[in-house]
Design a protein around this ligand. Structure first.
Ligand code: NAD
Length: 467
C-alpha cells in the first residue's frame, strides 16, 4: 500500500520504517528540514534499536523522505498523522500541529483516503479533523478518519511495533476498517513472522497480534486510559515503596508477592524516581482535562501525578540525608535519559534531579550511553560530562544511578570502588542487590529497600570529619 507518515519523530520514524518492512511504500514527511537532510544522508536522528538497520534496508526503495505534505498525501491511500501533541500551560493537549496538518491534507484529497490519528489525542479529535478537512473543501465521501493509537515504548519501539500485544483501530465506516485491516494484514495474518529477515522476536511476544476494532472515540480513550493506568501502577508501587522504607520492609519482596497474582502481573511494578518522558506526564494532564470537560472530576489522576513528583523529591531528600550537606559535593551521575534504551530526555526525572542538585551547589559529573548530546544542550555548562560510567564516578562523594540502562546494572564494582572518593551509591532504579553492594564495600541506598551500610564508609567518613 502507499502510505504517508506525517511527523518523523520517535513514533513517525519507527512507524514508517516498520511499515516499509511489512512491504508498504512509505513517504515520511516532516517540516524540519535539518531532520530530513540528516535522514536523507543516512543519519538516524534518534536512538532506537533496529531503526538504523530498517532505514538502511528501505531508504530510497520503500522509504522516501519529503517536506511536501500535500504531494505525499496525494500519492497515498493512507495518511498517518504522527506529529507532537505537547501539553499547553493549562495541561490540555496542544492540537495546533494536528490542525495544521489536517488543513494541508484537505487540499490533497483527490481520491478516497483514510486519515489516521497516530498521535495521542483527546477524545473527539477525530471529529475535529473531519470538520477541518471538510471545511477546507474535501468531499466527505472521499475520506474517512481512523484512530490508531500507538503503544510503543521508546528504546524498544521497533519490536513493540512489529510484535504488539494488540493493534487498536477506531473507525466509523466499513470502508476505513478494510483499509486499516490491509495496512496491518502482514502482522495479523502472521505472514511477517514467517519471514527469515523479520526483526528478531522479543521473548514475550505472542503472535499474531489481535486486531481490536472499535469506534474512533473508544480508540482515542483507550490510549489515554492505558497510559493513565500504567502511570497509576508506577505511582502505586512507589507509594508502597515509601511505606516499605518507613516500616523496614523490602519492596522487591512485596512486588514479587503481588506481581505473581495473575490479576495484577509483575510488569510496571518497578519502584524508582518516578515516570517521565514525552508521554505519561502530558497524557495524564490531557486525560484529566478531558475528564473535567466531560463533567467527571478524575481526582485519582491528580494523586498519581502528585505521588510521581513526590517520588523525585523523596530521592533528593535521601541524597541530602546521606551526604548531610550538598554544596561542593562531587556526584557521579549515571543516566540522564528518562528511561533506559533511549536518548529522549523530555521530562526526564534524572535530568530534573541533576538540575536540582546543581542548584543546591553539587558538582555533577554525568554520563549517559545515548542522551549526552541532548542533555548537554539542556543542561549547559553547569554540569561536567564523562565518557563512561567509571569516569563519571572518579573522585565522587557519591554515585547516583538515575536511569535503568543495562550497562549500569553490570558495572565492575571493584573498579568503581577504587575510583570513588567515598563508596556511597544511591540507586534510584534498584539495579543492584543490596547485599552484593555491601560485599563490594559500598554503602548502598535504593528505593523501598533497607539500606546496605558498609563499615568502611562509616570509618572513613568519621576519620575525615575528625581531620
Ligand atoms: P516527536 O516530537 O519526536 O516528533 C514529532 C515530529 O513531527 C517532529 O519531527 C516534528 O518536526 C514533526 N512535525 C511537527 N509539525 C509538523 C508538520 N506540520 N508537518 C510535518 N511534520 C511536523 O514526537 P513523538 O515522540 O514521535 O510523538 C508524536 C505523537 O505520538 C505524540 O502525540 C505522542 O504523544 C505520541 N506517542 C509518542 C510515543 C513515544 O514514545 N514517543 C509513544 C506513543 C505515542
Amino acid at each position: 500500500m502507499h502510505i504517508a507518515v506525517v511527523g518523523s519523530g520517535y513514533v513517525g520514524l519507527v512507524t514508517g520504517a516498520c511499515f516499509a518492512d511489512l512491504g508498504h511504500d512509505v513517504i515520511l514527511v516532516d517540516n524540519d528540514q535539518s531532520k530530513l537532510n540528516a535522514l536523507r544522508k543516512g543519519e538516524v536522528p534518534i536512538h532506537e534499536k533496529f531503526l538504523p538497520e530498517l532505514l538502511d534496508k528501505h531508504r530510497g526503495k520503500r522509504i522516501r523522505f519529503s517536506e511536501d505534505l500535500q504531494s505525499a498525501a496525494r500519492a497515498s491511500e493512507v495518511i498517518f498523522i504522527a506529529v507532537g501533541t505537547p501539553a499547553t500551560e493549562s495541561g490540555d493537549a496542544d492540537m495546533s500541529y494536528i490542525e495544521s496538518v489536517a488543513r494541508e491534507i484537505s487540499g490533497a484529497v483527490d481520491s478516497y483516503k483514510v486519515v489516521v490519528e497516530k498521535s495521542t489525542v483527546p477524545v473527539y479529535t477525530n471529529e475535529w479533523i473531519q470538520k477541518i478537512i471538510r471545511r477546507n473543501g474535501a468531499h466527505p465521501e472521499q475520506f474517512d478518519i481512523a484512530s490508531n493509537p500507538e503503544f510503543l515504548r521508546e528504546g524498544t519501539g521497533v519490536t513493540d511495533f512489529l510484535y504488539p500485544d494488540r493493534i487498536v483501530v477506531g473507525v466509523e465506516t466499513e470502508r476505513a476498517a478494510e483499509v486499516m485491516k490491509n495496512v496491518y494484514g502482514p502482522l495479523t495474518s502472521g505472514w511477517y513472522y514467517g519471514r527469515n529477515d523479520a526483526v528478531p522476536r522479543p521473548d514475550r511476544a505472542q503472535t499474531p497480534p489481535q486486531l481490536i476494532i472499535t469506534s474512533a472515540k473508544s480508540a482515542e480513550l483507550i490510549k489515554h486510559a492505558s497510559n493513565a493506568f500504567l502511570a497509576m501502577k508506577i505511582s502505586f508501587i512507589n507509594a508502597v515503596a515509601s511505606i516499605c522504607e518507613t516500616v523496614g520492609a523490602n519492596v522487591q519482596q512485596v512486588c514479587e508477592g503481588i506481581g505473581t497474582d495473575s490479576r495484577i502481573g509483575p510488569r510496571f511494578l518497578n519502584p524508582g524516581i518516578g515516570y517521565g518522558g514525552s508521554c505519561f506526564p502530558k497524557d495524564l494532564l490531557a486525560f484529566r482535562s478531558v475528564a473535567k470537560e466531560s463533567g467527571y472530576d478524575f481526582r485519582l489522576l491528580e494523586e498519581v501525578i502528585r505521588i510521581n513528583e513526590e517520588q523525585r523529591h523523596r530521592f533528593l531528600r535521601k541524597v541530602r540525608s546521606v551526604l548531610w550537606t550538598l554544596r561542593g559535593k562531587r556526584l557521579g551521575v549515571l543516566g540522564l535519559a528518562f528511561k533506559g534504551g533511549t536518548d529522549d530526555i523530555r521530562e526526564s526525572p534524572a535530568l530534573l534531579l541533576v538540575e536540582e542538585l546543581s542548584r543546591e551547589g553539587c558538582k555533577v559529573c554525568a554520563y549517559d550511553p545515548a542522551a549526552m548530546e541532548r542533555a548537554k544542550e539542556a543542561l549547559g555548562n553547569g554540569v561536567e560530562f564523562a565518557t563512561d560510567a567509571y569516569q563519571a564516578a572518579k573522585g565522587a562523594d557519591a554515585v547516583l544511578i538515575l536511569t535503568e540502562w543495562e550497562e549500569f546494572a553490570s558495572l565492575d564494582l571493584q573498579r568503581l570502588r577504587s575510583l570513588v572518593k567515598y563508596p556511597i551509591v544511591l540507586d534510584g532504579r534498584n539495579l543492584y542487590d543490596p547485599a552484593l553492594m555491601a560485599e563490594n564495600g559500598f554503602s548502598y541506598y535504593s528505593v523501598g529497600r533497607p539500606a546496605a551500610l558498609c563499615e568502611e564508609t562509616a570509618s572513613r567518613g568519621a576519620k575525615k570529619e575528625r581531620a
